[in-house]
Structure formats: C-alpha cells, structure tokens
Design a protein around this ligand. Structure first.
Ligand SMILES: NC(=O)C1=CN([C@@H]2O[C@H](COP(=O)(O)OP(=O)(O)OC[C@H]3O[C@@H](n4cnc5c(N)ncnc54)[C@H](O)[C@@H]3O)[C@@H](O)[C@H]2O)C=CC1
Ligand SMILES: O=C(CO)COP(=O)(O)O
Length: 345
C-alpha cells in the first residue's frame, strides 16, 4: 500500500516543503499521489494552488490538497509531517484522535522547544511532546517521531535554490522513508540517528540569531557576527550536554545542515535576525519598539520563534543554576527583555 502523507501546517515553511513533498508524492509509487495539507482557508490553495498569505508567488504542486479540518487531513495517514509554530500545537493533536493509521510515523519540522512549567523548567523536545500526546489520545502504539532540521530559509527552498537538510531519526529505516519523501535534486536530505541533537540545534539557533540581528542593527561587521556564531554554537552544544546528557547527542550532528549550516543561514537571512536588527536600531535611536509590534509590522502574519525560546532558555538555565555557563544566551536575553543597561557613573 502506498504511504498516505498528511502535512499539518501551511505557513511559510509548511508551504515551501509542500513543493518538495508534492513532487515526490506524485513521482514515486511509494506514496499516494494526493497529499493533504491542513489549512483553515482551503479555497486559496485548492483553486489557486498558491498560498497567497504565507508563500506568495510560488505555485504549489496540484496534488497538494488543503483541508480545513485536521481530523480529515490525517484520516488514514501513515506519514505525518508537523510544521506549525509550536505554541499553536496544543489544541490540534487531540483532534487527530483515532484518525491516523496504526503504525503511522511522524516527522516534526518545528524549530522550538517547550519547557516544564514549574519545578526545574526542564526542556521538552517537541517531538517527544507530540509522541506522548498522540499515544495518550489514540491509546495506540507509539508514533515513531523523526525531525527534519537544516539551513532552510523557506522562501529560498521554495524558489528551488539548492539547500541541504538533516533528518534526525531513531530508526534508520524510517530515516530512509523520510529522505525519500523530502529529497529532490535541489533539496539534499541526509539522515542521522540523533533526534535530540538535530532538534535542539534547530530550536537554539533561533536564540543566537537574535544576537546576530543585534550585531547588524548596531552596525558591527562580519568579525563580530562570526564571534556570535562561534560562541553560540558552543552554548548550543553545552545546552544539549547540560539538559540532554542522557540522549547521547553526537558531536558530528553539529556539523550537519541542522547544526552549523542552519546557524549561519539564520544569522544572515532569517526572520529572527531581521526583527532583532530592527529592535536594536530602534533602541539605538531612542525609539524602542516591542517585539510583537515588530513581528506584526515585518512578518505579515508569520511568527517569530527566537524570542519565546530565549525567554524559556533563560528560565531553564536559571532554574538549574547554570546562568554563568551561558554568557551569550544571558546577554541576548538581557538586551531583548531586560531593557537597555542603565548608565554607570
Ligand atoms: N519559515 C522558515 O523559513 C522556516 C521555519 N521553520 C519552522 O517551521 C515552523 C513553522 O513555521 P512557518 O511555517 O514558517 O510558520 P509561519 O511563521 O509562516 O506562521 C504561520 C503558521 O502559523 C499558523 N498560525 C498563525 N496564527 C495562528 C493561530 N492563532 N492559531 C493557530 N495557528 C496559527 C498558521 O496557520 C500557519 O501555519 C516553526 O517552528 C519554524 O521555526 C523551519 C525552517 C524554516
Ligand atoms: O529556520 C530557519 C532557516 O533554517 C528560518 O529561520 P527564521 O525563523 O529566523 O526565519
């Protein structure tokens, strides 16, 4: 039986990745031709084959079929791709109860992280959260979760500029299935058996990108940004060791597309960088602007991930008493949320 693919999300990245999935689903007998995509306004996609809100100007493959109801979208699905900002996930998963096929597998493209709300604020991987939630609702066998992370600014991927990505998987055979679904001649996907390493890289680089944006906004050059990227990479690694030492995160993962490459592209071309640049310029000009105002003015409905993650990371390192080990993350938090430094005399 061909795999039935469901795409849960239809934002900037969700629509861009649909351009790869759609092509492969129609060309390869392993997959059902039709790919269902969850989108509250299906007519926009089903009639125009374009997501005019989140990815204007890009034609989506015609076998991408939008449906407004998430339960219908995942009905009988054997491969589920999750790609929505993580703060909107909570109400969605329970609606999928009993709908996806037994033995279905999942892949999260979500670059974010959740944290326990009390106690030691331990970080929770979104892939773990999804796995636990789906088990709870369905009462079914665990959905094996992989992740796809990488240097993937969505607009560039959608245009067909060459890009790489990394699948983090637990089972190599599932990693291969996901590679087959995503890989195209302009989108080179490789699997590593390190879900936690790949996913944490994807979440943490959004915090470092804020630092890169501050650096641009204040007019510093390439040397300063390179320092932020280098120190950021080390703090990302340290964060993994401190909070996920038990998951055997591999040092090599940081050298894959999901690691250093994503950090570089985000620090040069991402939305977090862009908004942080504007934030710093406004502070320097003495006209500070709140993050949500900048997000609304600049991103046309798309969502900023780094600010929430920076706040949560700060809470987690404070709760664990390791703030001093993360000077860059702490400074980024300070600039973003604690106001300009008071003048010293
Ligand atoms: N855009 C990019 O270049 C890339 C994004 N990602 C990650 O992919 C994930 C999804 O990002 P994008 O597709 O870019 O999303 P986006 O930033 O374009 O946000 C739009 C998405 O949010 C949903 N949404 C907006 N307001 C909502 C609400 N009130 N309730 C429920 N849903 C709402 C929309 O339905 C849509 O799916 C994020 O974790 C992001 O970090 C990963 C790689 C590249
Ligand atoms: O994850 C991304 C590139 O890989 C996109 O980053 P931004 O969310 O900062 O645009």
């Amino acid at each position: 039986m061909p795999e039935k693919v469901a795409l849960i999300g239809s934002g900037n990245w969700g629509s861009a990745i649909a351009t790869k999935i759609g092509v492969n689903a129609s060309a390869c007998a392993d997959f059902d031709d039709k790919v269902y995509m969850w989108w509250v306004r299906p007519a926009l996609i089903n009639e125009k084959h374009e997501n005019v809100i989140y990815l204007p100007g890009i034609e989506l493959p015609h076998n991408i079929v939008a449906c407004p109801d998430v339960a219908t979208c995942v009905d009988g699905a054997t491969m589920m791709v999750f790609v929505i900002p993580h703060n909107f996930l909570a109400p969605i998963v329970p609606k999928m109860e009993g709908k996806f096929a037994k033995g279905a597998i999942g892949c999260s493209l979500i670059k974010g992280i959740e944290f326990e709300k009390e106690g030691d604020m331990k970080p929770i991987l979104i892939s773990d959260l999804l796995q636990a939630e789906m088990k709870k609702s369905d009462g079914a066998p665990v959905v094996d979760m992989s992740v796809l992370m990488g240097a993937n600014v969505a607009n560039e991927v959608a245009k067909g500029d060459f890009a790489e990505a990394t699948i983090g998987c637990t089972k190599p055979e599932n990693g291969l299935k996901w590679c087959k679904l995503f890989n195209t001649k302009d989108f080179a996907v490789q699997a590593v058996t390190d879900v936690a390493g790949a996913e944490l890289c994807g979440a943490m680089k959004n915090v470092v990108a804020l630092g890169a944006g501050f650096c641009d906004g204040l007019g510093y050059g390439g040397n300063t940004k390179a320092a932020i990227i280098r120190i950021g990479l080390k703090e990302m690694q340290k964060f993994c060791k401190v909070f996920y030492g038990d998951r055997q995160i591999k040092d090599e993962t940081f050298l894959e597309s999901c690691g250093v490459a994503d950090l570089v592209t985000t620090c040069f071309g991402g939305r977090n960088r862009k908004c942080a640049d504007i934030f710093a310029k406004n502070i320097a000009a003495g006209t500070p602007k709140a993050w949500d105002v900048i997000e609304a003015e600049e991103l046309n409905g798309q969502k900023l991930q780094g600010t929430g993650t920076a706040q949560d990371v700060m809470k987690a390192i404070k709760a664990k008493g390791v703030v001093d080990a993360f000077p860059l993350f702490s400074q980024i938090h300070k600039i973003a949320f604690e106001g300009p430094p008071s003048p010293t005399h």
